[in-house]
Design a protein around this ligand. Structure first.
Ligand code: HEC
Ligand code: HEC
Ligand code: HEC
Ligand code: HEC
Ligand code: HEC
Length: 186
C-alpha cells in the first residue's frame, strides 16, 4: 500500500470520483470502489502520523492475521454514535491465556489487576461543535475502510482521510444524504 501510494500521483477525492465514473454511485458501484481505493492509496502518502499508544496494540495482528471482526471490539459502531474502544475485560477474553509471557501483555494484565482502563490516544476527532454518528453510516452500507482506510493491515492506526467539512459534504452530496447545517452541527 505504501509503495503504491508513493507511485501514484496525488489525487483529490473529486478527481478519484471522476476517474471512477459518474454512472455508478461511489458507494455501491465497482468503479466507485476503485475510485475510493485510488483516493485512499493517494491519501495514504500524506496520512496524519499515528499517535503513541500506551500498549502496542496491532490491528494487522488482530483484525488482519487473526481476522477478528471489527464489531467484536468496536461494539457501538452499528447502533450508536461512538464506535467505542474495547475494555480491558474484552482483551482479557483472549489474553488471560494468549501470549502471557509478552511484556506488552503483562502491561495489559496490570490494568486488569488494578481495574484501571487503558488510556488509548484518540486518532480521529471531530471538533465539539460537530455531530458525527457512526450508526447511520454503517446502516447505509458505508464500509469502515471508506473513512478509515485499510485498518486491518495497519500496525498503528493513522488517519488517512481528511473527514473535514468539505469531505463530509462531498460524500453526502454524492449519496443524497442530508446537507442541512443542523445534521452535522449542534
Ligand atoms: C481485538 C480488538 C480490535 C479489533 C478486532 C479491531 N480493533 Fe480497532 N481498535 C482497537 C483498540 C484497542 C483501539 C485503540 C488503540 C489504537 O488506536 O490502536 C482501536 C482503534 C481503532 C481506530 C482508531 C480510533 C480513534 O481513536 O480514532 C479505528 C478507526 C479502528 N480501531 C478501526 C477498526 C477497524 C476498521 C477494524 C476491523 C478491520 C478494527 N478496528 C478491529 C481494538 C480493535
Ligand atoms: C480474540 C482474541 C484476542 C483478543 C480479544 C485480543 N487479542 Fe491481542 N492477540 C491475539 C493473538 C492471537 C495475538 C498474537 C499472539 C502471537 O503472536 O502468538 C495477539 C497479540 C497481541 C499483542 C502482541 C503481544 C506480543 O508481544 O507479541 C498485544 C500487545 C495484544 N495482542 C494486545 C491486545 C489488546 C490490548 C487487546 C484488547 C484491546 C487484545 N489484544 C485483544 C488475540 C486477541
Ligand atoms: C462516514 C465515515 C466513517 C465510517 C464509515 C466509519 N467511521 Fe469511525 N470515525 C469516523 C469519524 C469522523 C470519527 C471521529 C468521531 C468523533 O470525533 O466523534 C470516527 C471515530 C472512530 C473511532 C474512535 C471513536 C469512537 O467512535 O469510539 C473508532 C473506534 C471507529 N471510528 C471505528 C470505526 C469502525 C470499526 C467502522 C466500521 C464498522 C467505522 N469506524 C466506520 C468516521 C467513520
Ligand atoms: C463516504 C461517505 C460519507 C462520509 C465521508 C460522511 N458521511 Fe455522513 N452519511 C453518509 C450516508 C450515506 C449517510 C446516511 C444517509 C441516510 O441514511 O439517508 C450519512 C448520514 C449522516 C448523519 C445522519 C443523518 C441523519 O439524517 O440522521 C450524520 C449526522 C452524518 N452523516 C454526519 C457526517 C459527518 C459529520 C461527516 C464527516 C466527519 C460525515 N457524515 C461523513 C455518508 C458519508
Ligand atoms: C455533512 C456534515 C456537515 C454539514 C452538512 C455541515 N458541516 Fe460545517 N463542519 C463539518 C465538520 C466535520 C467541521 C469540522 C472540520 C472542519 O473545520 O472542516 C465543520 C466546521 C464548520 C465550521 C467551523 C469552521 C472552522 O474554521 O472552524 C463552520 C462555521 C461550519 N462548519 C458551518 C456550517 C454551515 C453554515 C453549514 C450549513 C450550510 C454546515 N457547516 C454544514 C461538517 C458539516
Amino acid at each position: 500500500m505504501q509503495h503504491l501510494a508513493a507511485l501514484l500521483p496525488r489525487v483529490t477525492l473529486k478527481q478519484a470520483l471522476i476517474v471512477g465514473g459518474a454512472t455508478a454511485p461511489p458507494l455501491v458501484g465497482g468503479a466507485g470502489v476503485l475510485a475510493i481505493l485510488l483516493y485512499l492509496m493517494a491519501a495514504g502518502g500524506t496520512a496524519t502520523p499515528a499517535p503513541e499508544q500506551p500498549i502496542a496494540f496491532d490491528h494487522s495482528v488482530h483484525a488482519g492475521d487473526a481476522a477478528i471482526p471489527c464489531e467484536f471490539c468496536h461494539r457501538g459502531v452499528g447502533t450508536q454514535a461512538a464506535a467505542t474502544v474495547p475494555s480491558v475485560e474484552q482483551c482479557m477474553f483472549c489474553h488471560s491465556v494468549v501470549k502471557t509471557d509478552s511484556p506488552q501483555i503483562q502491561l495489559l494484565q496490570a490494568h486488569w489487576d488494578t481495574k484501571t482502563p487503558v488510556n488509548w490516544a484518540r486518532v480521529h476527532r471531530v471538533p465539539d461543535h460537530v455531530r458525527f454518528v457512526h450508526a447511520p453510516h454503517i446502516q447505509a452500507g458505508v464500509a469502515c475502510e471508506t473513512c478509515h482506510g485499510d485498518v486491518a493491515s495497519m500496525e498503528e492506526v493513522k488517519q488517512v482521510r481528511s473527514l473535514a467539512m468539505g469531505d463530509c459534504q462531498g460524500c453526502h452530496r454524492e449519496n443524497s444524504a442530508s446537507l442541512d447545517c443542523a445534521t452535522c452541527h449542534k
